[in-house]
Design a protein around this ligand. Structure first.
Ligand SMILES: Nc1ncnc2c1ncn2[C@@H]1O[C@H](COP(=O)(O)OP(=O)(O)OP(=O)(O)O)[C@@H](O)[C@H]1O
Ligand SMILES: [Mg+2]
Length: 450
């Protein structure tokens, strides 16, 4: 795996980590926000607006349009975008990036943007495949020593018996496929589907017939299929335009399978993919699923990226764009023009705007409680009060971030619970942004006076 890939995964993990308590927008059937629900607290207007947008997206009425979530730092802009993604479900692509990610040494910023845009456009493909489907009633491996490591045994082949309610068939299975069975832990009693051409295996669940034998929770029970073992079956799955671009860019050169995935893709490849997808759509074999591209820290986008994005939004295949900004009036990067949120006016004109407002003290306390519970951190009521106070005086984000170091101090005392002293100790060492910038400003003044 390329190093760049590892870095990207780590960054994403961190970003989502802070919002892991969020399960949805917490709205009722009438799209009214409940006080505290799905991990969200307050910010009702913004949540209700987001609820309407989710409905528009699901009914396909938002493609090519944009939303701006604007509000002061730490007022839940990213949290609401994460909640929108949870509401949309897995079938609609949702891509979450910070505008800073467009600037890398690996590719041009416009290339990075266009790849990201195409990750947010799905194609739902219906395909009929020949499959083998049934309950595994027999699975015997023929194990031999691994030629590269004789102390280890690997399957040279296997004998598999699949059964439906009407038929039973036995197959001899290649070593490669047998290895897949081992990896996926397929065993007698599982109901599986094998794509005959590619050998891809999917486990549908445990046979309901075997229900009594396996009663460890978390198991899906399914009926044993009827009919023939070998049959044609229609599958529906969603891939993104970017997946198709990559698959097509790779074809043609045997070396390219070794090259890292993050690299520039030729425009001809993208055009060919678009043509192909349009044909599939016309033939009724595929359907476009515009997803959502959430660009956080929008103020980091420059005029060139904005222009490019504006154009992308006009194309027939466009995702829904959600921007988040905590800036008021700011210079558009790459120009001397000051604009609201640092966003060009022609783009602003086409955005629906949701605003977030600062939290009350009670809301801050509640959010801290939820975050602490999510991270498995116990807080004394005084410690919670202290953190709430810090949240009010500084920012919610600061208070949320102090939870983990305060907990470390509690553990150092061999205590299972965070007390005021732990919070104070953490707050002494870690400052928030306004404190750190004020500190540097004082330094600068001192240096200038010298
Ligand atoms: N209404 C809310 N309910 C529950 N948790 C929230 C809520 N609002 C924010 N949070 C949590 O508080 C922390 C800070 O919020 P978030 O990062 O969403 O703010 P933001 O507006 O995106 O800030 P910034 O402008 O700095 O990007 C996060 O951990 C977030 O999940
Ligand atoms: Mg944010």
């Amino acid at each position: 795996m390329a190093i760049s890939e590892i870095r990207e995964v780590a960054a994403r993990f961190e970003r989502i980590g802070a919002h892991s308590h969020i399960r949805g927008l917490g709205l009722d059937e009438n799209l009214k926000a409940r006080d505290v629900a799905d991990g969200l607290v307050g910010q009702k207007k913004a949540r209700e607006a987001a609820g309407v947008i989710v409905r528009l997206i699901k009914s396909g009425k938002m493609a090519g349009r944009g939303i701006l979530i604007a509000g002061p730092p730490g007022t839940g802009k990213t949290a609401i975008a994460v909640a929108i993604s949870k509401e949309l479900g897995k079938d609609i692509p949702f891509v979450h990036v910070s505008a800073s990610e467009f600037y890398s040494s690996e590719m041009k910023k416009t290339e990075a943007l266009i790849q990201t845009v195409r990750k947010a456009i799905g194609v739902r493909i219906r395909e009929t495949r020949v499959v083998l489907e049934g309950e595994v009633v027999g699975l015997d491996y023929n194990m031999v020593p691994n030629p590269y490591n004789p102390t280890q045994k690997i399957p040279e082949s296997a004998t598999l018996t699949l059964s439906t309610t009407d038929e039973k068939k036995t197959f001899s299975v290649s070593g490669r496929l047998a290895l897949q069975f081992l990896y996926q832990g397929i065993e007698v009693g599982d109901v599986i589907v094998i794509d005959k051409e590619t050998g891809r295996i999917a486990k549908l669940g445990k046979s309901r017939k075997a229900e009594k034998k396996y009663d460890i929770g978390e198991v899906d029970y399914v009926d044993v299929p009827s009919g023939r073992v070998e049959k044609e079956k229609e599958f529906t799955y969603v891939v993104t335009l970017h997946d198709l671009d990559e698959a097509n860019a790779r074809r043609g050169s045997i070396f390219s399978i070794f090259s890292p995935p993050s690299r520039e893709i030729d425009n001809e490849v993208r055009d060919a993919v678009d043509e192909q997808v349009k044909r599939w759509v016309e033939e009724g074999r595929a359907e476009l699923v515009p997803g959502v591209l959430f660009i956080d820290e929008t103020h980091l986008m420059d005029i060139e990226l904005f222009t490019f994005m504006n154009r992308a939004m006009e194309s027939e295949m466009a995702p829904i764009i959600i921007l988040a900004s905590n800036r008021g009036f700011a210079k558009i990067r790459g120009t001397d023009i000051v604009a609201p949120h640092g966003i060009p006016l022609d783009l602003l004109d086409r955005l629906l705007i949701i605003t977030t407002e600062p939290y009350s003290k009670d809301e801050i306390r509640k959010i801290l409680e939820i975050r602490a519970a999510e991270s498995g951190i116990m807080l004394s009521s005084d410690a919670l009060e202290k953190l709430t106070q810090l949240g009010v005086e500084n920012s919610l984000r600061y208070a949320v971030q102090l939870l983990a170091p305060a907990y470390e101090y509690a553990k150092l005392r061999n205590a299972g619970k965070v007390e005021v002293e732990d919070v104070e100790r953490a707050a002494q060492l870690f400052v928030d942004v306004s404190q750190s910038s004020a500190y540097l400003k004082k330094w600068e003044e001192k240096m200038l006076a010298m």
